[in-house]
Design a protein around this ligand. Structure first.
Ligand SMILES: Cc1cc2nc3c(=O)[nH]c(=O)nc-3n(C[C@H](O)[C@H](O)[C@H](O)COP(=O)(O)OP(=O)(O)OC[C@H]3O[C@@H](n4cnc5c(N)ncnc54)[C@H](O)[C@@H]3O)c2cc1C
Length: 237
């Protein structure tokens, strides 16, 4: 079993040039409303135009867009929070079809490892006393779950049946596609101080990157504080 300190990673799968083209497309679409088409339209004019749209609450125009992001090294708990965002599209690592015991083409029930995500602000080796008097750490608990999963698989259970015992902290991957308006909504909910630390870390690091790549669209999201675990939180200003 391998423990990973929670620090989700991401890859932006939409090419940067395509994102800038989309920004320009939004200006072209918006100017149709005002019959104010002008040329040339570029990244700078689009940034100003998009800022104006957002200030006026004319956000339907920024729906002429699509951004795809792959999240890695995150828990099944985080991916479950992501999939609640109904206006987005998802492709997620399957606990039915992925066989954790598979090494290349071989299935090795003795060597396989579960990868689990631990809270970065907790010591996964800290022992806690259970109601039966036993002392176990988070690391021990994940190791036990791995043993249970292995036991079920060795007894002939398929991954889709044995998965019932897997923890919510199991490592997962998910690809998310949404338009810029929906990403703004996701950032509003998931970078706030009320969001769970894991999705908040993922969304704040993504937001910081997007602020650089896509001027105008996410400028109004600002850091407003840091929680007791040292994790930042944001608000829409
Ligand atoms: C801090 C926090 C705690 C949470 N705790 C819980 C919890 O304890 N239990 C739980 O079940 N969930 C919980 N959630 C999930 C939450 O209830 C929402 O399901 C999730 O945040 C998605 O929000 P949304 O519906 O606004 O967004 P999306 O699904 O992304 O939709 C975007 C927007 O589209 C519109 N929309 C989408 N679908 C419809 C529709 N059918 N009808 C009308 N308008 C629609 C709404 O305006 C919506 O805000 C929590 C979320 C957060 C951020």
């Amino acid at each position: 079993m391998k423990i990973i300190k929670g620090n989700p990673k991401f890859h932006i799968l939409t090419p940067k040039s395509e994102l800038i083209n989309q920004l320009i497309r939004i200006e072209k679409a918006g100017r149709t409303c005002y019959q104010s088409e002008k040329s040339p339209v570029n990244k700078e004019t689009a940034k100003k135009f998009v800022n104006m749209l957002i200030k006026r609450g004319h956000e339907s125009v920024i729906e002429h867009s699509s951004l795809t992001v792959k999240f890695l090294n995150c828990s099944r708990g985080m991916t479950h929070e992501m999939v609640r965002h109904r206006l987005a599209s998802f492709s997620q690592e399957s606990t039915r079809y992925v066989d954790y015991a598979k090494r290349g083409e071989e299935i090795d029930l003795n060597k396989f490892q579960l990868n689990c995500i631990a809270p970065p602000h907790r010591n996964e080796k800290e022992k806690v006393v259970l109601e039966n008097g036993e002392k176990l750490s988070l690391r021990d608990m994940f190791a036990n779950i791995e043993m249970y999963y292995r036991g079920l698989r060795k007894a002939g259970w398929l991954p889709e049946d044995a998965r019932q015992v897997l923890p919510i902290g199991i490592k997962s991957e998910i690809v998310v596609t949404a338009n810029f308006r929906e990403w703004r909504h996701i950032f509003e909910l998931r970078t706030s101080q009320f969001a769970h630390w894991e999705i908040r870390v993922a969304m704040i690091t993504l937001l910081k990157e997007l602020k650089k790549i896509l001027p105008g669209i996410f400028d109004d999201f600002q850091k407003v504080g840091v929680d007791k675990n040292g994790i930042e939180y944001y608000e829409k200003k």
